[in-house]
Design a protein around this ligand. Sequence first.
Ligand code: PCA
Length: 212
Amino acid sequence: MGGVREPTVLLTGFDPFGGASLNPSWLAVQALHGRLVAGRRVVAARLPTVFDESLTQLGALLDAHAPELVLCVGLANGRRAMSIERVAINLNDASLADNQGARPVDTPVVPHGPTAYFSSLPVKAMLLALQKQGLPVELSQTAGTFVCNHVFYGLMHTLATDPARAGVRGGFVHVPDLDVLALPDLVGGLHLLLDTAVRVRADLPLAAGAVC
Ligand code: PCA
């Protein structure tokens, strides 16, 4: 009997980097593993904070789970809110070494790839959903040039170019450190972001005054 696959969403976090002992992105993502969100089963996975290898592992996860939606999550030290990323750029420019000592300077994520991709998630509906919960949240126009942007760009490039991923939507969210938002808020916030991302297909207009 051929079984119908349960619909899944893939949620990734990162391992600690830059000498830290933990990464809240993985702690929060891990807490949602196996949960049902809008009728989809959450598969949580941890990516290494390593250029290239992170994308190799992401590709293997896409093959293994065939998710209908992918949300990658990373830590943004110094940010004061959950940051919903809008743009991934084709640039690696590391200000610190990754977990294997690599520190690329001004290299492309994908040689000859487009300059940038937009998130295909409803970023403004996601923003509004968290604002309604009273959680600190912002729309961010850059995910930086370290491993998070690398993974975001690589994800969007794969979704845009691999026929096996046709129709799969994806995006990226940076979370602040635990002294800004406690773990239960991060977990609740990510749950709501994922739920909104799955349910909403046509994004909202930007509310007046929301960003400049
Ligand atoms: N944050 C880093 C990489 C891994 C992570 O959690 C970044 O913002 O690029």
